[in-house]
Design a binder for this molecule. Sequence first.
Ligand code: SF4
Length: 373
Amino acid sequence: MSLNHVRPWRDIYRRKSRQIMVGNVPVGGDAPIAVQTMTNTLTTDVAATVAQVQAAAEAGADIVRVSVPDEASSKALKEIVRESPLPIVADIHFHYRRGIEAAEAGAACLRINPGNIGDEARVKEVIKAARDHNCSIRIGVNAGSLEKHLLEKYGEPCPEAMVESGLEHIRILQDNDFHEFKISVKASDVFLSAAAYQGIAEATDAPIHLGITEAGGLVSGTIKSAIGLGNLLWMGIGDTIRVSLSADPVEEVKVGFEILKSLGLRHRGVNIISCPSCARQGFDVIKTVETLEHRLEHIKTPMSLSIIGCVVNGPGEALMTDVGFTGGGAGSGMVYLAGKASHKMSNEQMIDHIVEQVEKKAAELEAAAEAAE
Ligand code: SF4
């Protein structure tokens, strides 16, 4: 449950799941919902891949997945793991041997696809490698690569087929006394994904990795993911998320955090509340917000900032934010601190001034948090 129970209409009751570890990151139980992304460099290009992992870490990612399509990638993975600030999940398809090599290379988790990993004997070997090297496993069911016998049984990818695929692989892991696993049942169709996730959430207490696969470009994929993942998270389903975008992994991390922030499930950095602007605006709201988003990227402390064009909504929004600015006409506006009108500021100096105020507030909040520890 979130900390919002003074306002019960904001409560989200998270499904109770077991907790596993992906490296040093707990997933499931009462752990914060972890944000993941995936590199899109050649894994054999260690420098480029590590740079992407570092950029994702800087943006707030908790876990990063790296594809391991061939033996050379397994070798590169070892170096990537050594230099990565985050636990690395190795993405395995088709070749169970890549799973074994990735475990040996130090991957924190192996993502295996039940639709293409091969028969039970092969999965057993992957389980053994995972156990020997302290790896967790993600059973990554995907509507686009379901097992042949399930497609024959159900006629097409459907929620029941996806759940059955996931449960079959859970059984294999459990039969081998392996319990450090999470599961995903992704589809590019929001309805199919949501139904499959609800089915699997009822059928197991394993932690759930949420994602809408192949969601699309930055804008369309963000919307699709926000609807699909947003609904599931709101229902309390999901212990770790990955937003799949045809875009820079850093964008995936940002979108993932924004989805979680919108639901009050994670907090990070400055949450800017801004109006769309209209003829009443006392300053250029859109340009100002764009500039502030960029200039405040370095702030990690959760806090809120309202940037509102005029007094219609400005004072009301400022009441609920740490720092606020409301346009007032005549080339200046009102700065609000901790919900109260504080002082006037000219539009020209306002951006530098707001950045200063936010940095000051962040430093105060960090000092208070340190003192409380
Ligand atoms: S707050 Fe004011 S400037 Fe912003 S959209 Fe509303 S009326 Fe327009």
